[in-house]
Each structure stands twice: as structure tokens, then as C-alpha cells.
Ligand binder design. Structure first.
Ligand SMILES: [Zn+2]
Length: 353
């Protein structure tokens, strides 16, 4: 009994160490062991998103997230172009129909909203997006003006809770209120992910300065943009192009849509790993990730420390070879293995040659 207890050494949901064998397997903090994650998000379904931002992203082989308000004219008039943007790999997120805010100068004014009106804003926009672009991958949401409640002041505490519930009915994550700065993936509050703060009028240096703490600390930075090269709260087209060029050439930073970064974070946190040693430099890694595989469909990067002097590592699952890369990290050799969703067991063999 005592021996059994000793052998069941579970350290955390994502890490399991077999003490004697010194084999360690973890899920990498970011895919392919990249240093940090950046998301480029664009609010309000503006014309310059289609005319300027989309083409710049495409030129630099990047994808972003467009939080669209479906009652604003540009959405209605240019649906085929939004659909194409999504087909190119960009994410379309829910930003309500009419963009109701508590700010007195913004119309519609959500202090006059009932619970039913707010619920309809969120659900109708979600339906519009789903109709345009058929996908079962789930939606994300961004709060208009960053306001997380509605109605008269006396009702706003209760309504804040309702707001979260309505979002959770249609979305698996949301960009939250105000510039909270950098997001640590291990400390995620899924319906209030912060953004990096105001971007309006910034040049490349100012834009990079916003993301620098996220990159340095291996965290997630979410840019929030409005107009690109025009319209309001805008960043100039050259400044945005330079930022995109920077991210294109710095592929060690994972630039991905908001929803994809959320997916990876949640998959990593829910993945449980168990190692079985087979002897002779081979191990089996059993994985379980109890999430809805329609929404959480990204591969996970498994980091496995292999034996000293390993020259070759192969990883297979049900007879198929998995993409594997060897890396030297201080004294150890680490194999990075790309594990498709719902994989149950990965068989890893290392040889010295
Ligand atoms: Zn907005």
C-alpha cells in the first residue's frame, strides 16, 4: 500500500513526474515552445478592417479577431467580405448588434436597457455570425465600451451577473473591460481577459512597448484596435503594417486569434498526463483532456525530457508519426511533440545511435 502511494506522485494537472526514471513530460506553455502569445483584435466592424487591416494581415500571414457589431451598416453591406475574412483564418467574434454602452454620449444608451434587450443584443449577433460562417468552434465576445453591466444604476450589480450569463450562453470566452494589461495563462478569468490598453495614434515603438511585458514574461498580450488607417481611435496603416511585419518575422511569438489562444490555454490546463515506462528508451504518455472537442480543437505541444545523448526521437499515436522536434535545453534534451486533439496515448522512443 505504501509503495503504491509513493508511486502515485501527481504534482499538478499538467505535470507528472516519475521520480526514479527522471522522465518528465509537460504541456508547453505555448504551442511549439514559443515564448509568448499575441492577439490582434479589431472592434466594431469598421470599413477599414476590410479595406486596410485584413489585407495587411494577409500580406504578413497573420490572423486576427474581428469583434463585429452586426447592426452597424458595414456588417450588413459587406457580408461577403466578412465571410472571406473568416475563410482566410480570421476569427469573427460577437460585439452585440447595436453596441449599447453606459457612456451617456454613446447611443444606444444601455442605461435604458432591460435584461431581455441585452440578452437579445448578444444572441442575435451570435446567430448572425454563425449564419454567415458555419462553424462549430464556438464564439468569443467583447464588451461594447468595456461596460460589463447595463440598466439603471440601482440594477447594475444584478445586471452585471446577468450579462455574464448571457455571454456564457453563446461564447466560451470574452475580452474584458478596460486595459488590464498582460494575461498570465495560469491565472485566466475566462470572461474578462484584459487588453493591452489604448492603441490610438501610436507608432510602432509605442505599440511594441505595450506588448513588451507580455513577451518578456511569456504571457499573453491582446491588442485592441478600432480604425486602421482612418475612421476613429485609429492607428495609421504604416504603423499597423510595421507591427504586422514585426510579428511576421518574430515567429517565436505566437500571433493567433483571441479564441485560439484561449483554446490552447484551456486545453493545456485541463490535460492530465500519465507516463508509463517501457524500458529501452521508450515511454508511453497517456493523455486525457476532458473538453468539448468541437470547440477545443487545437493540437497541444508536449515537452518530453529524453535520455542524455539522445540523437533521435520518434513519437507515434495509433501507428501515425507525430511531428517531433528535438531541442537542447541547458543540460537536457527535450522533444517537442505535436499532439492532435483527443489523442489518448503517445508512444515515444529515443535512441542514442
Ligand atoms: Zn466597440
Amino acid at each position: 500500500m505504501r509503495g503504491l502511494l509513493l508511486s502515485l506522485l501527481v504534482l499538478s494537472s499538467a505535470v507528472l513526474v516519475v521520480a526514479q526514471a527522471q522522465i518528465k513530460a509537460t504541456v508547453a506553455r505555448w504551442p511549439q515552445d514559443r515564448v509568448a502569445a499575441i492577439s490582434l483584435t479589431f472592434d466594431d466592424a469598421l470599413a477599414t478592417h476590410l479595406d486596410v487591416a485584413g489585407p495587411i494581415l494577409k500580406k504578413h500571414r497573420l490572423n486576427g479577431t474581428f469583434f463585429v457589431s452586426t447592426g452597424l451598416g458595414v456588417w450588413e453591406k459587406r457580408k461577403e467580405e466578412w465571410e472571406q475574412l473568416a475563410k482566410d483564418g480570421n476569427e469573427l467574434g460577437d460585439h452585440t448588434v447595436h453596441h449599447p454602452c453606459l457612456l451617456p454620449e454613446i447611443e444606444p444608451h444601455s442605461q435604458g436597457y432591460t435584461a431581455e434587450m441585452m440578452q437579445s443584443e448578444i444572441q442575435t449577433a451570435a446567430q448572425e455570425i454563425r449564419q454567415l460562417f458555419v462553424s462549430n468552434r464556438g464564439l468569443t465576445f467583447a464588451y461594447p465600451c468595456g461596460d460589463m453591466s447595463f440598466g439603471a444604476p440601482k440594477d447594475q450589480a444584478k445586471n452585471a451577473a446577468l450579462y455574464l450569463r448571457y455571454i456564457s450562453d453563446v461564447a466560451f470566452g470574452a475580452r474584458g473591460a478596460g486595459p488590464g494589461g498582460v494575461q498570465d495563462p495560469d491565472d485566466l478569468s475566462v470572461l474578462t481577459v484584459p487588453d493591452l490598453g489604448p492603441t490610438a495614434g501610436k507608432e510602432l515603438g509605442g505599440l511594441l512597448a505595450l506588448a513588451e511585458p507580455a513577451i518578456r514574461e511569456h504571457n499573453w498580450g491582446v491588442y485592441c484596435f478600432h480604425g486602421i488607417g482612418g475612421e476613429y481611435l485609429s492607428v495609421s496603416a504604416p504603423a499597423f503594417d510595421e507591427l504586422a511585419a514585426y510579428l511576421d518575422t518574430h515567429r517565436e511569438i505566437w500571433t493567433a486569434p483571441f479564441g485560439d489562444v484561449l483554446r490552447y490555454i484551456q486545453e493545456r490546463k485541463s490535460a492530465a498526463i500519465e507516463i508509463h515506462e517501457n524500458g529501452g528508451g521508450s515511454i508511453d504518455v497517456a493523455l486525457s483532456w476532458p473538453l468539448d472537442s468541437q470547440i477545443y480543437d487545437l493540437p497541444l505541444t508536449l515537452e518530453v525530457e529524453v535520455m542524455d545523448g539522445a540523437k533521435e526521437v520518434t513519437a507515434t499515436s495509433e501507428g501515425n508519426f507525430l511531428q517531433t522536434k528535438l531541442m537542447k535545453r541547458s543540460a537536457t534534451v527535450v522533444a517537442l511533440v505535436e499532439v492532435p486533439p483527443n489523442t489518448k496515448v503517445v508512444h515515444i522512443t529515443s535512441t542514442r545511435r
